[in-house]
Design a protein around this ligand. Structure first.
Ligand SMILES: Cc1cc2nc3c(=O)[nH]c(=O)nc-3n(C[C@H](O)[C@H](O)[C@H](O)COP(=O)(O)O)c2cc1C
Length: 187
């Protein structure tokens, strides 16, 4: 067999062309991110090491390690559908409604299909130390900081995310059983 037929000469790309192509790999839609993640999981399952997968797919080692860890723990597949309250003391998610509420939270059609739909709620009853006239702005700044962390996590994991202000706050409050002190800020 003539092995040269199946090989393309290495080193054909100029450094700027290589850099542009590597940057292109990191961009794109949620579907593109998920495809890259699926590629990584299949190569790991084929027996390649995390380092080999990272090299083959132009990912960093931490990204591949994170995906492998999530997959080993059952990832999001392990979480039954429903609405969860994040409990910071326990660093745990507490199931508060068994129903799929994604449709309730969004005015845009893509929301019905998202893998995770987060709702940021300010609890004014827990801000007693903050002067009343500042509670709204403190809550908004906090939601902005939290969503920035979500964006950073998603960017580092090859996932897409969209912060949304176009939401039905009354419907969300109703579905989650919120009281008058609990204000829906963003999704
Ligand atoms: C406060 C805030 C509210 C937003 N509300 C919405 C929204 O309701 N619907 C929407 O499609 N995009 C909304 N966006 C824009 C998306 O979040 C934006 O498209 C997203 O950050 C992705 O950025 P990219 O388009 O540059 O990737 C909002 C952005 C901010 C900062």
């Amino acid at each position: 067999m003539d092995s040269s037929r199946s090989m393309i000469r290495a080193g054909l790309l100029s450094p700027p062309d290589r850099a542009a192509l590597v940057a292109l790999m990191g961009n794109g839609s949620a579907a593109h991110g998920l495809t890259r993640r699926a590629n990584a999981m299949l190569l790991l399952d084929d027996g390649l090491s995390r380092e080999e997968v990272a090299k083959a797919l132009y990912l960093d080692d931490d990204t591949v390690r994170g995906w492998a860890k999530l997959s080993g723990e059952g990832g999001l597949k392990g979480l039954p559908s429903g609405a969860y309250l994040y409990d910071p003391d326990e660093h745990a998610l507490r199931l508060i409604a068994g129903a799929d509420l994604r449709r309730v939270t969004g005015c845009q059609d893509f929301v019905d299909e998202v893998r995770v739909d987060q709702v940021f709620v300010a609890d004014h009853a827990r801000m007693k130390l903050v002067p009343a006239h500042l509670r709204g702005s403190y809550a908004s700044v906090a939601a902005g900081a939290v969503s920035q962390n979500v964006y950073l996590f998603c960017a580092s994991s090859g996932l897409a995310t969209v912060l949304r202000a176009w939401i039905d706050r009354d419907a969300i409050a109703d579905a989650l059983g919120l009281n008058h002190d609990q204000q829906v800020l963003l999704s």
